[in-house]
Unconditional design. Structure first.
Length: 83
């Protein structure tokens, strides 16, 4: 039985290189949202750019639909109903 302190041959310390403290700190500070896509959606949107473009378009449609619905409908007159 091997001792717990022993490492496998493929994990030699010399081959791992020197660690870098704070290597990903700047990216972490920027913030990140991780979203897991279903396999079906991952086929349609294979990159983060594709997902962002689709969501951006959706936001644009939603905003324009919201702007349109905020305006009250004009009251119909007898002339326009008869027409």
């Amino acid at each position: 039985m091997k001792k717990a302190e022993e490492m496998r041959a493929e994990y030699r310390i010399a081959s791992l290189g020197k660690g870098v403290r704070g290597k990903h700190y700047a990216e972490f500070r920027k913030g990140s949202n991780l979203v897991i896509l279903t396999p079906e959606l991952a086929k349609i949107f294979p990159t983060n750019e594709a997902v962002n473009a689709a969501l951006g378009s959706l936001v644009g449609v939603a905003r324009s639909a919201t702007r349109i619905s905020r305006h009250p409908a004009r009251a119909r007159t007898k002339a326009t109903r008869a027409g």
